[in-house]
Design a binder for this molecule. Structure first.
Ligand code: CAA
Length: 257
């Protein structure tokens, strides 16, 4: 498929998706989301790809859902068209996805970033859920995911006032994993992705699945789930290789088996 709204590249074993609607600060329209879903599905199906990075431009990761596309929708249009249903596809990816965020990361843009496994941001990043200023509230998971990242008090502050948070506050609050200078952003995200892709793919995927289970279940159920998957890892060749390589003081060579 020829993409109009994103740019797709591979760097070694990493898939790289660059959101590319510069005229609209990468506002997320339905066409962009469809392309993003297709690109993620292709990387997911490619056995050579171990991790994906999603990034935007220096000025904007994404300034939210496309307000111009949404403005005239009726309830029936939105209901029959299943508006926003395709947006959560990214949270169903099994291989890791990193968001590399610079500039504006607002509304649906922040919701998209929060569906990735972690966010690396540049010092210029600005985060907000400004939907309240448009007469709506977040609709792609923002009211549910933001409190899980930063707690109820700060999430209420951001969602009810629509104010922007800078990268330092976002890091202090636990929304983002790392802050780096703007020049280093993409290199840092690609290096993290390359490191993840160098490990055993099934083990990485099981680790991701298990951490995500913590969001959905009780501590005792989650711990049982963890133990079951942990024990199953002893049936893999990569566990044998990883531990043998440690004992022999050499680099492991994982075969995703
Ligand atoms: N949708 C559509 N177009 C957008 C957009 C958006 N979310 N954000 C920016 N643009 C467009 C602007 O309309 C403008 O286009 P024109 O040149 O044709 O006028 C262009 O991008 C550049 O934007 P600005 O001139 O506004 O740039 P700025 O630097 O002055 O301001 C900004 C930047 C503060 C991010 C401002 O553009 C802004 O407030 N954008 C909207 C942010 C927003 O409200 N996002 C939430 C959307 S709702 C949502 O996401 C719902 C959901 O939960 C799914």
């Amino acid at each position: 498929m020829a993409y109009q709204n994103i740019i797709i590249e591979t760097r070694g074993h990493t898939g790289l998706v660059t959101l590319n609607r510069p005229q609209a600060l990468n506002a997320l329209n339905e066409a962009l989301i469809a392309e993003l879903n297709e690109a993620l599905a292709a990387f997911e199906a490619d056995p050579l790809i171990g991790c994906t990075v999603i990034t935007g431009s220096e000025k904007a990761f994404a300034a939210g859902a496309d307000v111009k596309e949404m403005a005239q929708k009726t309830y029936v249009d939105a209901y029959l068209g299943k508006f926003l249903e395709g947006w959560t596809r990214i949270s169903e990816t099994r291989k890791p996805v990193i968001a590399a965020v610079s500039g504006f990361c607002l509304g649906g843009g922040l919701e998209l970033a929060m569906m990735c496994d972690f966010i690396i941001a540049s010092e210029t990043a600005r985060f907000a859920l400004p939907e309240i200023t448009l007469g709506i509230m977040p609709g792609a998971g923002g009211t549910q995911r933001l409190p899980r990242f930063i707690g109820k008090a700060k999430a209420m502050d951001l969602i009810l006032t629509g104010r922007m948070m800078d990268a330092a506050e976002a890091e202090r609050s636990g929304l983002i994993a790392r802050v780096v200078s703007p020049e280093k952003l993409l290199d840092e995200a690609l290096a993290a992705a390359a490191r993840i892709a160098s490990f055993s793919q099934p083990i990485v995927m099981m680790a991701k699945e298990t951490v995500n289970r913590a969001e959905e279940t009780t501590l005792s159920e989650g711990s049982r789930f963890e133990r079951r998957l942990f024990l199953s890892m002893f049936a893999t060749a990569d566990q044998k290789e990883g531990m043998q390589a440690f004992i022999e003081k050499r680099k492991p060579s994982f075969r995703n088996q």
